[in-house]
Design a protein around this ligand. Structure first.
Ligand SMILES: [Zn+2]
Length: 489
């Protein structure tokens, strides 16, 4: 429905000629005060499970309590702070043994790396099947891959995707020959930092490995083949996978560390909570210490990402709390572990304090100290929820310009609203930060996720303050059960 509306209105909903919302310099000062504190070195980059988390949640919890919010966890055992248990996984042991006709072939231990996303994965005496570049494994006979170790050339293009397709097509494991630009050390270094999950998440049992090109060459030489020969066979038209007459026993284990962290949840009670709820979200976490000496500044303070968002969340709560009581409950959620893969939002959705179908609308706030006052708003998630017509109507009523293109949707998976959307919660971001994509991309190319995302005298809060004002408008609008009825899904 969003696109039909867009076509009718061309690309921008024009503000009416009358005066817009007045700039609110007091609000900008309040936002700045929150950001300056949350992004100070004292908060250590707000990493989940650290003293930085404790300081952040103590500060936000007190602000929200003083505003007059109530705990929104709806469990007396855990008021305000909903525990979220994470595991950090890093590769532990890796082992690979190869044999031809029962005779062991020596391969240096350091030239093979086996990895799993689960705790432990093992295949024993599985035959190797050379699959070349593995460009279309979906087209192959599943029986051919089943129980076998698919041996794939790395080349240069989308190795991870080809590997996953092989696993999906039934391979017991995938062994990638590093014949392209990547080295084993690079693969290992990359893996070290990417393994976070909710503790409740089922473990994957996949098994993937990497072997250095020279070792693979010596391995197949025992059967009179060479890497060069296999490579040209793979490039020839009509290539079909080829059994290598070598078997492998491969094993990978993962070390797990538990991290106990929290979502902060507050609420404003409505008069008619049976009519549903509105949810505002912003992630409080960031990367903590993210650089090594000799760099001088070692902390990723996350001033824009996302001290600005939780500052705005807090000021939206303050303003809504001073207004007449809405029909609906309004929830405020400061999520943990967004930076580790939207895990706090996922935990909220898996264990929500209210039935998710009660949530009429969710508005995420992420990295909004980007655009100056007067920048039009954009909807991240436009066309993906039933909310667009009401947001457009609210923008008209508030005399705010709204960009109606899909440009902002390029970023929809990179924010907590995406985790909520996966659970059918209508979640969008409505913000000036995405109203000028060029300016946003300059941030992504610059300070984003770097130790330079600190409070600067030049930090732009004009658009952020206007975002707060419009989010308050949206809170009133969607909190009104006559204006926006609850459609039970
Ligand atoms: Zn981020």
């Amino acid at each position: 429905m969003g696109s039909a509306v867009a076509a009718a209105l061309l690309f921008v909903v024009p503000a009416l000629a009358a005066p817009r919302q007045k700039p609110d310099s007091a609000l900008q000062r309040d936002l700045m005060a929150h950001i300056a504190l949350l992004a100070s070195d004292d908060f250590e980059g707000r990493e989940p499970g650290t003293e930085g988390e404790a300081k952040t949640l103590r500060y936000l919890g007190k602000q929200w309590f003083d505003i007059g919010l109530l705990s929104g966890t709806n469990t007396p055992a855990h008021p305000w702070f909903a525990p979220v248990n994470l595991v950090a996984r890093e590769p532990a042991d890796s082992a690979a043994a190869f044999a031809r006709k029962g005779r062991r072939i020596y391969v240096p231990r350091a030239s093979v790396l086996m990895l799993t996303s689960g705790k432990r994965a093992l295949v024993e005496n599985a035959p190797l099947l050379f699959v070349g570049n593995a460009l279309n494994p979906d087209a192959w006979d599943r029986n051919e891959l089943a129980g076998r170790v698919a041996v794939m050339l790395d080349g240069t293009h989308k190795g991870g995707e080809r590997q996953n397709a092989l696993l999906k097509a039934g391979a017991a494991a995938v062994l990638t020959v590093l014949d392209g630009g990547r080295t084993l050390d690079q693969v290992a270094a990359r893996r070290k930092r990417s393994g976070y999950a909710l503790a409740s998440e089922a473990l994957g049992g996949d098994l993937e490995g990497f072997i250095a090109a020279d070792s693979f060459d010596r391995l197949v030489a025992t059967g009179g083949l060479s890497l060069a020969g296999l490579r040209s066979a793979a490039a020839a038209p009509g290539f079909v996978p080829r059994v290598l007459d070598i078997s492998a026993t491969l094993e990978a284990t993962t070390r797990e560390t538990s991290i106990r962290t929290h979502n902060l949840i507050g609420k404003l009670e409505g008069k008619r909570p049976d009519t549903g709820a509105v949810l505002f979200v912003a992630h409080w976490d960031h990367f903590g210490r993210c650089a090594e000496p000799p760099a001088e500044h070692l902390i990723c303070n996350g001033a824009i990402d996302n001290a600005s968002g939780v500052a705005a969340l807090t000021e939206v709560a303050r303003r809504l709390s001073r207004m007449p009581q809405p029909d609906r409950d309004i929830y405020f959620l400061a999520t943990t572990a967004e930076e580790l893969g939207l895990l706090g939002a996922e935990a909220f959705a898996e264990n929500p304090p209210l039935p998710l179908k009660q949530i009429v609308a969710a508005f995420n706030i992420d990295s909004i100290a980007i655009a100056p006052a007067g920048t039009p708003l954009a909807i991240v998630g436009r066309g993906m929820t039933p909310l667009d017509p009401q947001i457009i109507a609210a923008a008209r009523a508030a005399r705010r310009q709204l960009v109606l293109t899909d440009d902002a949707n390029a970023y929809v998976k990179r924010q907590d609203g995406w985790a909520l959307l996966q659970h059918d919660v209508p979640a969008v971001m409505v913000t000036s930060a995405y109203g000028d994509i060029k300016r946003l991309e300059a941030f992504f190319d610059g300070d984003y996720h770097r130790p330079t995302d600190v409070v600067k005298p030049t930090i732009e809060l004009g658009g952020a303050a206007e975002d707060v004002q419009f989010l308050v408008t949206l809170g009133r609008w969607f909190g009104d059960s006559r204006k926006v009825p609850l459609v039970v899904k």
